[in-house]
Design a protein around this ligand. Structure first.
Ligand SMILES: [Ca+2]
Ligand SMILES: [Ca+2]
Length: 256
């Protein structure tokens, strides 16, 4: 039972390439699913939604629809099949293995993006993605924010068994990643080579970070166990909670 937190200072620096953001990325990882410090949240506004697949697809062994788009938002991590959210390999340098869009029911102020991945002790347990937001029904999109769960060169294999589950939490120091979001688009990338080394998905310079990690493009794809869009807590919720507490206080006073 080991859970560790990687404070991704390097990633924060990489994200400085994206304008107007003081982004934070925190990654939790564990060697088994129950001990992962953060589990799927019912607060996600895309829980239960079936996204629109814009590009890419699934590993040939991933044939059950329950392990495909549904697996991204079902609120559960690994399914009994062991194939939840397994993306296709070899998307080609710079191409996402899978790109999926969610059209929200109503505009949402987004606080956090959480992405869960996992597998055995191998490179499919990592994740690399970009997220883009629209606040006008998908007419225009924000600059993509790039998140790589582990630094390039990180190793996870039978000789260096580090993780079977990971979740990254992307937030903004202001508390709001993006206000009035109507649509969210994820590009999900390959993550590793066959030795379980984390590689970025590009040959040469990574256009999101401006850095060449010195490795070829990743070609093994992850199992994306869950995607979450967490809203900024509504003041109304806090007000209700506050008045409930006040009510309780009044009750206690009457009893005294
Ligand atoms: Ca899931
Ligand atoms: Ca590279």
């Amino acid at each position: 039972m080991r859970t560790s937190i990687l404070l991704c200072a390097a990633l924060a620096a990489l994200l400085a390439a994206v304008p107007a953001g003081a982004y934070n990325v925190v990654v939790y990882q564990s060697i088994d699913e129950p001990s992962l410090a953060l589990q799927p949240s019912p607060d996600s506004v895309i829980r239960g939604m079936i996204g629109t697949l814009l590009m890419g697809g699934w590993h040939p062994v991933n044939t059950n629809p329950a392990d495909q788009l549904a697996a991204f938002t079902d609120g559960a991590l690994m399914s009994a099949s062991g194939l939840s959210g397994l993306l296709n390999d070899f998307p080609g340098s710079g191409n996402p293995a899978n790109m999926v869009q969610y059209d929200l029911l109503a505009p949402v102020d987004v606080a956090e993006i959480r992405v869960f991945s996992g597998n055995h002790f191998d490179g499919r347990a990592y994740h690399t993605y970009t997220v883009e937001f629209s606040d006008n029904g998908g007419f225009t999109w924000s600059n993509p924010i790039y998140v790589q769960s582990h630094p390039s060169g990180y190793t996870n294999n039978s000789s260096q068994p580090n993780l079977k589950r990971a979740v990254s939490v992307l937030s903004d120091t202001s508390g709001t990643l993006m206000a009035g979001v109507t649509n969210v688009r994820f590009s999900l990338y390959s993550t590793s080579n066959t030795q379980g080394w984390m590689w970025d998905p590009f040959d040469g310079v990574n256009p999101f970070t401006g850095v060449d990690d010195g490795f070829p493009a990743a070609f093994e794809s992850p199992l994306i166990l869950e995607l979450e869009v967490i809203p900024v807590p509504e003041p109304g919720t806090l007000a209700v909670l506050g008045s409930a507490l006040l009510g309780m206080g009044a009750m206690l006073r009457r009893r005294a």
